[in-house]
Write a new protein. Structure first.
Length: 250
């Protein structure tokens, strides 16, 4: 059977744009793809997904979620894609993603997250794309990305004032890194040195302090890697400028 508010086809259940205030009951246990985006869901009842053990893609973006219960996704051990972007999440419970060891895509952008619990991503060893942009993160925990050795895309446009030393040292597969639109004044020396596969780095719209000696690393790196510096996915090595003067690094 298919929930009356949704349409079902094979192992896909489509409940998007149905003005739903909650997750409908009766979603088949065989479901592999569940579309719940663009609704008015304000809360998730604990256990509502627990029978959906075959789920591979869960799309909850563009709702009104302000929180996620602990253990919400613990039974979804086959999940590969989880989209939670454009909700109103202010925090995430510790360990909320710990059972999602098959996850390759996690979209958390455009929420109101002010912090990230230590170890939040440590079990996501197959994650390839992580989007955290458009939140209110001012700092990152040490080692927050250290287990994400398969990561290729990382979006971090937030309110970051600094990036921890060695934050990206394990991300040897990373190809796209967005650090634009933060409050960054400088970056620790060596920050990008392990990123041998990096193709695109967006540094635009920050507060780079060109009077600070720490800026030398970034200036030198841009000079040696000008083809990788982008803005809006287009090569633009002059998109990183000294704050207040608009003088380029080159």
């Amino acid at each position: 059977a298919c929930p009356s508010q949704c349409s079902c086809s094979g192992t896909q259940v489509n409940c998007h744009e149905r003005r739903l205030a909650s997750v409908p009951a009766g979603i088949p246990t065989t479901t592999q793809v569940l579309y719940l985006y663009t609704n008015k869901i304000t809360k998730l009842e604990p256990g509502v997904f627990d029978s959906l053990v075959n789920l591979q893609q869960l799309y909850l973006h563009l709702n009104r979620l302000s929180s996620i219960p602990a253990g919400m996704f613990d039974k979804l051990t086959n999940l590969k894609e989880l989209k939670l972007y454009s909700n109103q999440l202010t925090a995430l419970p510790e360990g909320v993603f710990d059972k999602l060891t098959q996850l390759t895509l996690l979209e958390l952008q455009n929420n109101q997250l002010k912090g990230v619990p230590r170890g939040l991503f440590d079990r996501l060893v197959n994650l390839q794309q992580l989007y955290l942009g458009g939140n209110q993160l001012s700092a990152l925990p040490d080692g927050v990305f250290d287990k994400l050795t398969q990561l290729t895309h990382l979006g971090l446009n937030n309110q970051l004032k600094n990036v921890p030393i060695g934050a990206f040292q394990r991300l040897t597969q990373l190809t796209i890194l967005d650090l634009n639109s933060n409050q960054l004044q400088a970056l620790p020396a060596g920050l990008f040195d392990r990123l041998g596969n990096l193709q695109q780095l967006d540094l635009s719209n920050n507060k780079w302090d060109c009077a600070c000696t720490d800026i030398m690393y970034l200036s030198t790196w841009i000079g040696q890697n000008s083809g990788k510096v982008t803005k809006d996915r287009v090569n633009n090595p002059d998109s990183a400028v000294c704050f207040g003067t608009n003088i380029t690094f080159r």
